[in-house]
Design a binder for this molecule. Structure first.
Ligand code: IMP
Length: 427
């Protein structure tokens, strides 16, 4: 009987897809608990590359149950496209289950996300424009449409009529955009319901049963700690809770049943979208990391901002999620970097801060304090055991471990399944 919550410990894009895929081999169920198709996971199997946005990457294993929990916001069109994409590549999708309580991303959510970003102008958040924020707004406002509603024409019509009146007012009067036609939306979404009904289930019950039977459950966080609505760099955050606690709410799974929390971190830091980033590198080292690490968004294609490993930030992630183990990814990206820095603290108005500041303004004024480590200047992508790693790479990993007091369980040295070094088994 065991469960692992896998979370991003930085600003998302930590390589969670690859680690999830690696652990999914041993898991009986893989569960997503928050976010939507703003996420993007790239998984490489043999010579094939799979890009997934919504469906848990465990789907690539035929016997794994893959769950989209109640905390996820689902765009049915994207879900159907992803199902077709997987089927066309001979992936068995019969193990997918979607919570009846998950909220649906509606066409007005996508429109409003885009229009509101335009309206914000220079103060934009840099959202993925997938309708994520507006869908969560409606959930909190109790005017959302849930997956289960798509199976009930009367209920859907009634709910939609009330919501669409208000959305059309907003679209027309505030944003000067065209209103949406209720019949069009209704027909489209009822058709989506028909197509996905075989996957809809009570997923809290399902996952608790699987766990109670003594099987292994992997919870797959999307985005990352610093994008958490409550604990991230607000307002430059997403609208859900990627931290480990989000798994309890987003699935209906009690905290006493969570056995391990795996924090996934890159050997350096990246960020997409706006907001402060203390260890950002606006120089050729940053460009080199972007190039070597292919740091362009899976979902939006945007170039990612790159910087050094930030220990203050990582220790904050350890604090808010109770991280018990680390998966260090993309170590190989640093193979050609001569001198590697770790940020061990921030300087704010002359004083050294040991903990992550709550205020965004304060964070934007923080200067990183670095320690420098010699690079290993040799390829690690063929290394398959910890002992074979160059001494400098081992020292870098050990230093991160020492400063965080968290054990390293996995080290990734490339995108392929086999480019993974295990130092501690989680399942
Ligand atoms: P939203 O989630 O589309 O509302 O975007 C809010 C913020 O979260 C923006 O800064 C996005 O770039 C960021 N974001 C959302 N999803 C991801 C992700 O999967 N990786 C990295 N950043 C993300």
């Amino acid at each position: 009987m065991s469960s692992v919550v896998l979370i991003g410990a930085q600003w998302g894009d930590e390589g969670k897809g690859k680690i999830t895929d690696f652990l999914a081999e041993k898991a009986d169920a893989v569960v997503r608990y928050q976010g939507g198709n703003n996420a993007g996971h790239t998984v490489v199997v043999g010579d094939e590359e799979f890009k997934l946005h919504l469906i848990p990457s465990g789907i690539l294993y035929p016997d794994t149950i893959c769950v989209i929990g109640n905390g996820v916001v689902v765009d049915p069109q994207v879900l159907l496209e992803e199902l077709e994409y997987l089927k066309a590549r001979n992936i068995d999708v019969s193990g997918l289950r979607i919570s009846t309580n998950a909220h649906v991303i509606m066409p007005y959510h996508r429109l409003l996300d885009e229009l509101e970003e335009e309206r914000r102008g220079e103060n934009k958040i840099g959202t993925t424009k997938r309708g994520i924020g507006p869908a969560y707004m409606d959930k909190a406002a109790r005017s959302g449409i849930r997956i289960g509603d798509l199976l009930d024409p009367d209920e859907l019509k009634q709910r939609l009529a009330a919501v669409l009146d208000q959305k059309n007012l907003l679209l027309e009067r505030v944003y000067e955009a065209r209103p949406l036609d209720i019949e069009d939306v209704l027909d489209k979404y009822l058709a989506y319901g028909e197509k996905i009904k075989e996957f809809i289930a009570d997923t809290s019950h399902l996952i608790n049963q699987i766990y109670d039977r003594g099987e292994r459950v992997l919870f797959e966080g999307a985005q990352g700690t610093l994008l958490d609505l409550d604990h991230g760099t607000y307002p430059f955050v997403t609208s859900s809770n990627p931290i480990a606690g989000g798994a309890c709410v987003g699935v209906g799974f009690g905290p006493t049943k969570i056995d391990k929390v795996l924090g996934v971190v890159k050997a350096y830091t990246t960020r997409v979208g706006e907001g402060p980033f203390p260890t950002e590198l606006n120089d050729e080292v940053g460009d080199e990391i972007r190039r070597a690490g292919h740091e362009f968004g899976t979902t939006t294609g945007r170039p990612r901002r790159c910087g050094w490993f930030d220990m203050v930030m990582f220790n904050y992630a350890v604090q808010v999620s109770g991280i018990s183990h680390v998966a260090l990814t993309k170590l190989d990206v640093l193979d050609g970097v001569e001198k590697i820095k770790i940020c061990t603290g921030y300087k704010y108005k002359g004083d050294k801060l040991e903990s992550f500041p709550n205020s965004l303004k304060q964070l934007s004024l923080c200067e990183p304090v670095y320690e420098e480590h010699p690079g290993w200047m040799s390829s690690t992508s063929e290394v398959r055991s910890y002992e074979q790693l160059p001494d400098e790479a081992k020292r870098y990993i050990e230093r991160i471990q020492e400063l965080s007091k968290v054990k390293t369980a996995i080290i990734a040295v490339g995108p392929k399944r086999e480019q993974t070094i295990v130092t501690e088994s989680l399942f």
